[in-house]
Design a binder for this molecule. Structure first.
Ligand SMILES: [Zn+2]
Length: 185
């Protein structure tokens, strides 16, 4: 982790026109065995955390309401059997991760970048549907590795009527944001 901090500091000094290197916190998130994410928190986020303000905002966005969407998807695809999770729009504008389910806090976070009428409702629903599948399919531990997207998970995911359109939209998002890949985590 300290190497990451050092790398960040070096890069910042190189690019930052002699501005002081901001304080950062580095955390390592192991994901699904294959994907590992390193997140760098900015000092503004650290300050917010110190003040004790939660990062949870609200399910009601400007364009879409995640609570209503959850209820609708729950009825349509899960026989209304999923326990309600806490739903929230992300505060930070993540570039390539559009949704995330946190089992510990039973929270689903959807990227704020999708809270816009320019984003079709079925695409936001697809991201939320993916996260809801994480409630239905808990991660499986196989030989000490945690698998989140099991074959049963992927099978269910493909049942979503707009599945292939959603894949195309994900590619489009990645192109627009100049990232290799956009996805629901
Ligand atoms: Zn996932």
């Amino acid at each position: 982790m300290n190497e990451v901090k050092k790398f960040f500091a070096d890069a910042f000094r190189h690019l930052g026109n002699n501005r002081p290197v901001p304080e950062i916190e580095v955390r390592f998130y192991p994901y699904a065995g294959l994907h590992h994410t390193i997140r760098v928190m900015r000092s503004s986020d650290l300050a917010r955390r110190r003040r004790g303000r939660k990062l949870i905002s609200s399910a009601q966005g400007e364009a879409y309401n995640l609570d209503k969407m959850f209820t609708k998807l729950n009825k349509r695809y899960f026989d209304a059997r999923l326990a309600k999770a806490t739903l929230t729009w992300s505060q930070r504008r993540t570039r390539n991760i559009l949704g995330h389910h946190d089992r510990v806090y039973d929270t689903i976070t959807v990227s704020k970048t999708l809270d816009s009428l320019e984003v079709p409702e079925w695409f936001v629903e697809f991201i939320l549907y993916h996260e809801m599948l994480h409630i239905k399919h808990p991660a499986r531990l196989i030989n000490g590795r945690r698998y989140y997207h099991t074959s049963a998970f992927r099978q269910d995911e493909r049942r979503f009527p707009y599945y292939s359109d959603a894949q195309k939209w994900l590619e489009r998002v990645a192109r627009q944001r100049r990232v290799p890949r956009a996805r629901a985590a």
